[in-house]
Write a protein that binds this ligand. Structure first.
Ligand SMILES: *Cc1c(COP(=O)(O)O)cnc(C)c1O
Length: 379
């Protein structure tokens, strides 16, 4: 059976990238590697929308989240975490592990944060030094209004905004320099169509100012070492060479396509999936602000998400993600990131209908597919 991966990380990788990564290993202290890395630095700047350096770490995304905190803040600093899902919760855990004073804005799962709440929190407590947020909260499928929140922190010299853009960078517009973001994090196994193992992080001038005073412990992820090495087109430690070779090709392809086309592709796949589910009577979990990276769908309560997920796996070889914690058994999540195209999306919509029919759900069979296919045909 042919296998399909519809999880919002890891994602399917294009075959040409897989074969690029099967080439013989090169040494990283060579001109060959340095010229590849020079190209990557440019490509990442383009995707991140920044003139700053974008660092390439050998870790999963959480490593870059860790680095973002360790390189900007200091022991006892008060931080404001936007917690509307598993990854928001993770910001809080990382900050607590470093001995920071964590204050949270709890957002109901499936909802986006209200920027006014952030504004009020910062006005009421001027000792807060950082706001930490997910541009796209993958556990709930919500897109938070990150650029609006960044407008608020931008006005303040003493507050930075640290953004987890792991399912946002390369998915929808989130221009680092133009929106006043201070730290932005990305990951290879999400929108970069690569296997897990690389994480990306970039820091604004303001964040570098915070870095000068930062006294949190850091060594492997000390971004000052990365900055110094980047200027020589290399990394301080042995990079994940295989993945870096794959990254160069992905970035070349992205550059050729252009950001607008990339953003439109994700928006179109997401809209088609959302409307298709809607047509068969299934609601999105993120009602007001869905992320174009994935669609979290509420399963019919009498059926539950578990049977839909196992049905897709057994009958169609398709892996979709379930819900976590309070959303477990309630939702299933279909990804639009990675090497996913219109044909894949048509297939998963149709497969969901087939499984629902098997499970005795009553609906107009084929109406989701018709709706989805019509939207996909428009792009
Ligand atoms: C995947 C993901 C992460 C990082 O998870 P890793 O397993 O460490 O790669 C962080 N934030 C969000 C929003 C994610 O989707």
């Amino acid at each position: 059976m042919k296998k399909f991966l519809f999880t919002p990380g890891p994602v399917p990788v294009p075959e040409e990238v897989l074969s690029e990564m099967s080439k013989p290993i090169i040494h990283h202290r060579t001109e060959e590697f340095e010229s590849l890395f020079a190209e990557i630095r440019e490509g990442l700047r383009y995707i991140f929308g920044t003139k700053e350096e974008v660092f390439v770490l050998a870790s999963s995304g959480t490593g870059a989240m860790d680095a973002a905190v360790a390189n900007t803040l200091s022991r006892g600093d008060k931080v404001l975490v936007i917690n509307g899902g598993k990854f928001g919760e993770r910001w809080g855990k990382i900050c607590s592990a470093y001995g920071l004073n964590v204050k949270e804005i709890k957002v109901e799962w499936g909802e986006a944060v209200d920027p006014d709440q952030v504004k009020d929190a910062l006005e009421n407590d001027t000792s807060i030094r950082a706001v930490l947020i997910q541009a796209s909260e993958t556990s709930t499928g919500v897109k938070h209004p990150t650029t609006e929140v960044a407008e608020i922190t931008r006005e303040r010299d003493d507050v930075i905004i640290i953004v987890d853009g792991i399912t946002a960078v390369g998915v929808f517009p989130l221009p680092f320099d133009d929106s006043g973001i201070d730290v932005l994090v990305g990951g290879s196994q999400k929108a970069f169509m690569l296997p897990p193992g690389l994480a990306f992080v970039s820091m604004s001038e303001k964040a570098w100012r915070f870095n000068q005073e930062s006294n949190l412990p850091k060594f492997y992820f000390d971004l000052k070492s990365y900055l110094k090495s980047a200027k020589n087109n290399t990394t301080p430690w042995t990079p994940a060479i295989t993945l870096v070779i794959g990254l160069a090709l992905v970035l070349r392809n992205y550059r050729e396509q252009g950001l607008e086309k990339i953003y439109n592709r994700h928006a179109n796949l997401a809209l088609a999936t959302r409307e298709a589910m809607n047509a068969i009577g299934l609601e999105p979990y993120a009602k007001n602000s869905p992320s174009p990276a994935l669609t979290a769908v509420v399963a019919p309560p009498d059926i539950g998400a578990g049977k839909i997920i196992s049905g897709l796996r057994d009958k169609f070889g398709m892996t979709v993600a379930g819900g976590q914690d309070q959303a477990k058994g309630k939702i299933f999540r279909i990804s639009h990131i990675g090497f996913i195209d219109k044909a894949d999306t048509i297939a998963v919509i149709s497969a969901v209908e087939s499984i629902l029919k098997d499970l005795g759900y009553s609906f107009d069979f084929g109406s989701g597919l018709r709706t989805g296919a019509e939207i996909l045909a428009m792009e």
